[in-house]
Design a protein around this ligand. Structure first.
Ligand code: UTP
Ligand code: MN
Length: 496
């Protein structure tokens, strides 16, 4: 039997990544200083051949810096020079070679113990007071309502713009900084209050300082009004359109969804629906609408499989009052009964003219065939339906729709298009799916990174312990937090 994902043998020592990356959430950077270029190249090739992710240069994506014969303070000083843009992520681990060699021997990133860490002298200063905040979003409570919206809106706009420029590292750095500010107990008034907080690089601090002093950041305002940002925001706002496509269209002179209607650009089925319902889908979905859709989905599910259960997840489960879509998990207490459920649910809905668009993917997750520590990417492989619901507006259910008249009602039809994601999970994976689909995105990202750093691999399907070489089962989110050695954070405080 040939494993489906057999590694390429004889990959060049330190060439471009030719091997399968098995631990994408552990991004290792080897410091060349005192190690030397040739030893570094050798170790890089070795690690890559074992499925490790080795970065050629330092970036905010790096999670583990490994050095040889350097003191912690030297590495810390070097790290501070590496972030001219100031996006330094202070959650990066500074490690000695023992972590690296043990990980090579184990064939996976081993859990970081204190003996692996370089000792960095805490900077002595007046303000060792402020900060006990964990550097991972999953270590802290982030409420929905917080005290620093002006600052976080600014940083999140820069994050969004970095996404539009396909600079993920930068985007994540801004999101992390915003998330730290969301978790503060009160509004930031002076820069000194930020001392010692994690994830606030120089660039973020510069933006914050300008807002605190002048009420706004020139960089943020310039970005907000830039043509590229506005066009990318409009185009990526189309259902079915990602940054890559939007960027191509932008280069071809497209600025707005309306430009696509008359252009010769080919749209796929999802994008055609996205353009057609653009004006509907840009209006946020309310909690009341989510609940009404929940009732419809419940009726559909009940009709096709007795005993199936549905759960509202995503932002609404975290307490949000509006969202860009509605996310549901569907399961059945008897494992296996849920198989093939979705096509039947879809037929039920279609027969009642409740769907404007749907695309259903089959479940492609099979634990037995899984590379255990496989990249827990956030694309999971459940049976899943991306859909657009046709939701009747409340007044449309009344006897007399307002001002029916001729077809002039096209501007406010009696229904609203709403994005709905339906995800079916076997009950044995339900807790993982629930944790994975509740979000927020940054919270999930940090959960997976945290797990990686603990020698585990977390996905929306399962948690695998790379050291014990076994899956850790759970029937509740609480158990998963416990497996990860984390304090339980309820959904309402995962708004990182
Ligand atoms: P959403 O994108 O729906 O975000 O994904 P949200 O928090 O509900 O925000 P709004 O209100 O809709 O804008 C919900 C969660 O589901 C996960 C994401 O990581 C996020 O945490 N997700 C999403 C997946 O696990 N897989 C996917 O394919 C999509
Ligand atoms: Mn959602």
């Amino acid at each position: 039997m040939i494993p489906a994902k057999r590694r390429k043998l004889g990959a060049p020592a330190a060439g471009p990544v030719a091997d399968v990356i098995r631990f994408p959430h552990v991004a290792v950077f080897l410091l060349e200083k005192r190690m030397g270029a040739s030893r570094r190249a050798f170790l890089t090739g070795l690690a890559r051949s074992k499925g490790f992710r080795l970065e050629d240069s330092y970036s905010p994506a790096v999670t583990h810096v490994v050095s040889e014969k350097n003191s912690g303070d030297e590495v810390q000083a070097w790290l501070e020079t590496q972030t001219p843009a100031g996006d330094a992520d202070r959650s990066v681990h500074l490690l000695n070679m023992t972590w690296f060699t043990e990980s090579m021997a184990a064939g996976h990133p081993v859990k970081i113990e204190s003996r692996h860490r370089l000792q960095v002298k805490a900077k002595s200063g007046p303000s060792a007071v402020t900060n006990t905040m964990g550097a991972y979003a999953c270590q802290r409570k982030t409420p929905l309502e917080h005290h620093n919206a002006v600052l976080t809106d600014a940083l999140l706009l820069l994050a969004e713009n970095a996404d539009f420029c396909t600079n993920e590292g930068r985007s994540v750095a801004f999101k992390r900084a915003a998330s730290v500010l969301k978790a503060l107990p009160g509004p930031v008034r002076r820069m000194e209050e930020l001392q010692g907080l994690p994830c606030l690089g120089e660039h973020c601090q510069r933006v914050i300082k300008e807002i605190l002093e002048h009420g706004a950041s020139s960089e943020v305002e310039m970005t907000r009004h830039s043509e590229h940002y506005q066009a990318m925001k409009a185009l990526t706002g189309i259902f079915g359109v990602g940054v890559k496509t939007a960027e191509q269209w932008h280069r071809a002179g497209i600025r707005h969804p309306a430009d696509l209607v008359s252009s010769e650009h080919k749209l796929n089925r999802a994008q055609r629906a996205g353009v057609e319902y653009y004006e509907h889908l840009r209006v946020p979905v309310t909690k009341a609408e989510a609940d009404r859709i929940g009732e419809i989905v419940k009726r559909a599910v009940d009709a096709v499989l007795l005993g199936a259960e549905i759960t509202l997840t995503g932002g609404f489960r975290r307490g949000k009052q509006t969202g860009h879509d509605v996310d549901f998990l569907i399961t059945h207490p008897d494992e296996g009964r849920e198989e093939g459920l979705l096509p039947k649910v879809v037929s039920w809905l279609e027969a009642r003219d409740l769907l404007l668009y749907q695309k259903t993917n089959k479940n492609s997750y099979l634990e037995a065939k899984e590379w255990p520590a496989r990249p827990p990417s956030n694309m999971d492989r459940f049976e899943r339906c991306f859909s657009i619901f046709k939701l009747q507006r409340p007044w449309a259910a009344l006897e007399e729709p307002p001002q029916s008249g001729e077809r002039g009602a096209a501007e406010t039809p009696g229904w609203k298009a709403v994005r709905v994601d339906l995800v079916v999970t076997p009950v044995s994976q339900f807790a993982f799916a629930l944790l994975g689909w509740t979000g927020s995105q940054l919270f999930e990202r940090d959960l997976r990174r945290w797990a990686g750093q603990k020698g585990m691999s977390l996905s929306s399907h399962a948690l695998y312990d790379c050291e014990q070489k076994r899956y850790l089962r759970a029937t509740s989110e609480e158990e998963i937090f416990a497996h990860l050695g984390l304090e339980y954070i309820p959904p309402g405080e995962r708004n990182a």
